[in-house]
Design a binder for this molecule. Sequence first.
Ligand SMILES: Cc1cc2nc3c(=O)[nH]c(=O)nc-3n(C[C@H](O)[C@H](O)[C@H](O)COP(=O)(O)O)c2cc1C
Length: 211
Amino acid sequence: MSHTVAAHTISELAELVSQIIHTRQTVLPRRLGDPGPSGEQLAAIVGAAAAAPDHQQLLPWRFVQVPASARAALGQAFALALQQRDAAATPEQLAQAREKAARAPLLLLAVVRLHDDKADAEAIYSADVPPHERIVSAGCAIQNVLLMAHAMGFGAALTSGKALQSEPLRTLFGLSANEQALAFISMGTVVRTKPPRVRPETAQFLTVLGY
Ligand SMILES: Cc1cc2nc3c(=O)[nH]c(=O)nc-3n(C[C@H](O)[C@H](O)[C@H](O)COP(=O)(O)O)c2cc1C
């Protein structure tokens, strides 16, 4: 393998990658404003997902963009989901749930396909890849997207919440029985920063077998 990539030495590349990885931080939707990524930037950001490790190349994940024209429908799904789990939700709480769909210029839903139908001849091998491996692949794809967005100067965040597994949201996004929504990815220009969180030390998550 060549020791240079696009005219950078390995050490220059490692330094760049390290900077991108370690300076990324969650920027929650309320801290994101216009502009969001252009179409071309979005293609590069979401395209980074394609480089994720994918056992048996199943492509077990997908992203659904929620454009401005669909934000009201998403807000309605959030409100319905709240109503279903709390019949006593107040109009203010429902309005707040609706408002969440309007935040951040760019909104994506990350979805994982946990199983394949064995009856599908094309899926005969894919049935061997268990759900946890598919979720790992999805996590790698999501991190590629977050890092690419950060490298291009955008803030981004993952958000989940109870509505994610609700029937109104599943229906809105047309999720099939073998799919699960993993998280929303919000993206935009950082309008308010916050101090980075303290990261764990390597010793907290690395051990050596036998010691
Ligand atoms: C699957 C997933 C779902 C998340 N959902 C939320 C969420 O609903 N609300 C939130 O504030 N942060 C959410 N986060 C973001 C984490 O809170 C955040 O990554 C963590 O605080 C570390 O911050 P950092 O990304 O700046 O290092 C989620 C992260 C993951 C991996």
